[in-house]
Design a protein around this ligand. Structure first.
Ligand SMILES: *[C@@H]1O[C@H](CO)[C@@H](O)[C@H](O)[C@H]1NC(C)=O
Ligand SMILES: *[C@@H]1O[C@H](CO)[C@@H](O)[C@H](O)[C@H]1NC(C)=O
Ligand SMILES: *[C@@H]1O[C@H](CO)[C@@H](O)[C@H](O)[C@H]1NC(C)=O
Ligand SMILES: *[C@@H]1O[C@H](CO)[C@@H](O)[C@H](O)[C@H]1NC(C)=O
Ligand SMILES: *[C@@H]1O[C@H](CO)[C@@H](O)[C@H](O)[C@H]1NC(C)=O
Ligand SMILES: *[C@@H]1O[C@H](CO)[C@@H](O)[C@H](O)[C@H]1NC(C)=O
Ligand SMILES: CC(=O)N[C@H]1CO[C@H](CO)[C@@H](O)[C@@H]1O
Length: 564
């Protein structure tokens, strides 16, 4: 299957006549593949001409990743603005769509600001607006605790006027001044209702050529998503909508990239304009899109006195040429680099590993005594639990086609105790290949089995397939390699391999189960889990040889290119 893929020559540079200042380059989207929604970006000359972008994380921790690049192609995970449980507000959310919503990232007079809104479950009275600051975006510890503010709506923006006054603007384009130290807001003014479409949200304000430009998302974050703009001579209005709205959308098209919206504008060192946005690789069918909403970047031209003209989002675009640079500061993971994690004694967990809600940190131990080069995971009661910590650790699916595997050593003694590899969208939609202690019939002795099981249905239009269960042959010895592989964009293949043996394929499951449904805002991740399944199991599992390799990205209906 893989060999049938259509491959592109990657190094297509559109040569322009020498008279042209800069030759364009081919830019591939998604710029940051895998679930990275609601992007907001700044270009910061003071930090080595680096672009920094933030994306939303909902219930995933560590939260609010800061992505850094010098060429919008090579990216490093710089830090997480919300990286300690003590920075987490004192409220809970059990909803699949709760948690950290869209962020605006800005840099002003030496300080980075990441401002966001926490959607809780209604039981908490703390202000939902959160403002984090740092003077070093490459250091988790340098990010402050949040200043809380009483945001009237989601998606706060920050904008400083020429006199230095900071303004905060939320969805529905509600603006007020904000005290950046106390979170106290000034009187609120509503700026614009948009073009009349639903969900006017994700606002950003820019000042250019004597105009205040207001950019928003409309239409909701699905097929109707679009970017619209208005402008005013005064910051609080009156804002007049652009006659050419929307400035960007893929709605009502048959493009592979859909849901384009929630954008932010920024310039590079040469003064060229760019726009970042979210998009979903689903085609207009909008059924199969396990990676959810990803970050795309597209070029724009913005001439004096006019609204910007933005190139439509495609998988392959002609865009401003930026000099290639892999020289991004920091020590975080470089995107596109395979995971080769051996959990060596004394090593820390890499920062691209993610949890669902805040984990019990004691549940994850690198090279515990007597078990070097493993990650020991203690079981939770149930990985489908709607509250509290669960014993699941993942990395995002960042490639249409990929291979993921872990070696699992697990000696369960209690019925239903289970450890394995998961394709996890959220607590109610996941695909699990586990080693589980089961009895073949009532009263029979319980023995370790392999079980491939689905939870939830997502966008699958039929009933999910029943579990596949195999007794583990007595000749198999720990650890067992559990692998998840995407050979095409519609299915994941699950297999188990004994040491030195041949793989046993348990089955292939549709990616639509982990598309949409209750996880419409988020995207799939791969990892390890240990659960008692509500039983009495307390035996930990030891995970070793964690491997993830991206193989290919789908960038159009029938076009796959090697992963980047
Ligand atoms: C937006 O619409 C509401 C409801 O129609 C109206 O009250 C409000 O004045 C409008 N806001 C603006 C800025 O036009
Ligand atoms: C801008 O605001 C000032 C002060 O409120 C007002 O006098 C002026 O008419 C406004 N201009 C526009 C174009 O709305
Ligand atoms: C280069 O990219 C810019 C920005 O998208 C676009 O306006 C221009 O038409 C491109 N030039 C060519 C020759 O493709
Ligand atoms: C949040 O949920 C956890 C787990 O259920 C609970 O222990 C804690 O008390 C809750 N906190 C608040 C502020 O409700
Ligand atoms: C995708 O892969 C699955 C699992 O191997 C297979 O059942 C399915 O037929 C494949 N789909 C296509 C279109 O090749
Ligand atoms: C665990 O118990 C809870 C509460 O009864 C139930 O909702 C859940 O489905 C159970 N989980 C499993 C894996 O049996
Ligand atoms: C085709 C289809 O049913 N798509 C659905 C996938 O899930 C999202 C989120 O729940 C829905 O909005 C889509 O309609």
């Amino acid at each position: 299957m893989f060999r049938l893929l259509v491959y592109y020559l990657l190094a297509i540079a559109t040569a322009l006549p020498a008279a042209t200042a800069t030759a364009n380059k081919t830019h591939l989207n998604p710029t940051v593949p895998g679930w990275h929604s609601d992007p907001s970006c700044v270009f910061v000359p003071e930090w080595d001409d680096t672009f920094f972008c933030a994306t939303s994380t909902f219930l995933v921790t560590p939260a609010m990743p800061i992505h850094a690049s010098k060429d919008l192609v090579n990216w490093r995970l710089a830090s997480h603005a919300l990286n300690r449980e003590t920075q987490w507000p004192h409220f809970n959310t059990t909803g699949q769509g709760g948690g950290i919503f869209a962020i605006t990232l800005r840099f002003h007079e030496g300080v980075f600001y990441a401002i966001t809104f926490f959607v809780a479950d209604g039981s908490d009275t703390l202000p939902p607006g959160l403002l984090f600051k740092t003077t070093d975006p490459f250091d988790n510890a340098a990010w402050s605790d949040p200043v809380l503010f009483q945001a009237p709506n989601i998606d706060p923006d920050l904008f400083w006027d020429d006199d230095g006054t900071p303004y905060m603007t939320t969805a529905q384009s509600i603006i007020s001044t904000i005290n950046l130290d106390t979170g106290v807001l000034g009187p609120a003014t509503q700026l614009w209702n948009g073009t009349g479409n639903t969900n006017p949200e994700g606002p950003h304000i820019y000042k250019k050529d004597g105009w205040y430009y207001l950019l928003i998302a409309e239409g909701g974050t699905a097929l109707g998503h679009e970017v619209t703009m208005a402008r005013s001579r005064n910051i609080t209005g009156t804002y007049i909508g652009f006659a050419g709205n929307p400035v960007l959308t893929n709605k009502n098209t048959d493009e592979y990239f859909q849901t384009v919206g929630h954008a932010d504008l920024f310039q590079d060192a040469a003064g060229n304009w760019w726009l970042c946005a979210l998009a979903t690789r689903s085609g207009p069918e909008f059924t199969n899109y396990p990676m959810g909403r990803e970050m795309v970047v597209t070029p724009a031209t913005w001439v004096e006195g006019e609204f910007p003209v933005v190139s439509p989002v495609r998988g392959s675009e002609s865009a401003w040429a930026l000099p290639v640079s892999k020289d991004v500061r920091g020590t975080g993971p470089i995107y596109g680099t395979p995971d080769v994690l051996d959990f060596a004694p004394g090593s820390a967990l890499p920062s691209n590993l993610l949890f669902w809600r805040w984990p019990t940190l004691d549940s994850f131990t690198v090279s515990s005594p007597g078990h070097p080069n493993t990650l020991r995971i203690q079981p939770c009661a149930d990985i489908s639990s709607s509250n509290g910590p669960i014993s699941v650790i993942t990395r995002l699916q960042t490639d249409t086609l990929f291979e993921f595997s872990i070696d699992v050593a697990f000696a369960p003694t209690a019925l239903n105790a289970e450890a394995g590899a998961t394709l996890f969208l959220n607590q109610v939609q996941h695909l699990d290949l586990g080693i589980i202690l089961l009895a073949d019939s009532a009263g029979a002795p319980a023995t370790p089995h392999l079980r491939l099981r689905t939870t939830g249905g997502g966008n699958l239009s039929t009933l999910p397939p029943p579990p596949v269960i195999h007794s583990i042959p007595a000749s198999w010895r720990d650890p067992i390699t559990l692998a998840i592989r995407a050979n095409n964009d519609t299915h994941y293949t699950f297999s188990a391999t004994p040491q030195g043996g041949t793989p046993l394929v348990l089955g292939a499951l549709p990616a639509t189960i982990v598309s949409g449904g209750a996880g419409q805002f988020i995207g799939a991740a791969l990892g390890a889990y240990v659960t008692a399944n509500n039983g009495t199991g307390t035996t930990p599992a030891y995970i070793s040889r964690w491997r993830y390799t991206g193989i290919a990205q789908q960038i159009d209906a029938n076009t796959f290119v090697p992963s980047w």
